[in-house]
Design a binder for this molecule. Structure first.
Ligand SMILES: [Zn+2]
Length: 130
């Protein structure tokens, strides 16, 4: 079971209070009269199904009844962030991938710095172990 932080209520509540409403950030075509059938079909029916970071629309159905967005990892089910309607996610698949790459670089650098036994490396290793 998820415990979801409603960004409007400000409380962690049980998943049963919420309903998922599908992929977030689906924009209705600005000019429906001049939208092709393919574009309209994409808008109505086709959704992303990523393995990894996914932005989802949820509603706090039994609480404040407001819609909000969740960034969730589809493999681990971990909720990475919650944000209100109209806001943009701070965590995306691209930002998470680059963060993981930079963490890998930091681990490598930390190992080299530990061998050198500089003061900054000692602080870094304490920070990461805690
Ligand atoms: Zn709420």
């Amino acid at each position: 079971m998820f415990y979801i932080l409603c960004p409007y209520c400000g409380e962690h509540r049980e998943e049963e209070e919420f309903h998922p409403k599908g992929q977030a950030h689906i924009a209705r075509p600005a000019d429906p009269e001049n939208t092709s059938d393919d574009e309209w079909g994409d808008y109505l029916f086709f959704r992303d199904n990523p393995r990894g970071v996914h932005h989802e629309l949820w509603v706090h159905a039994v609480g404040c009844r407001k819609f909000f967005n969740i960034t969730r990892h589809t493999v681990s089910y971990e909720i990475l962030e919650v944000y209100k309607m109209g806001e943009q996610p701070s965590i995306t698949a691209e930002s998470l991938a680059s963060a993981e790459k930079s963490q890998g670089v930091q681990v490598g650098d930390g190992g080299q710095q530990t061998v050198g036994a500089s003061d900054s490396a000692a602080k870094d290793s304490r920070g990461t172990k805690v």
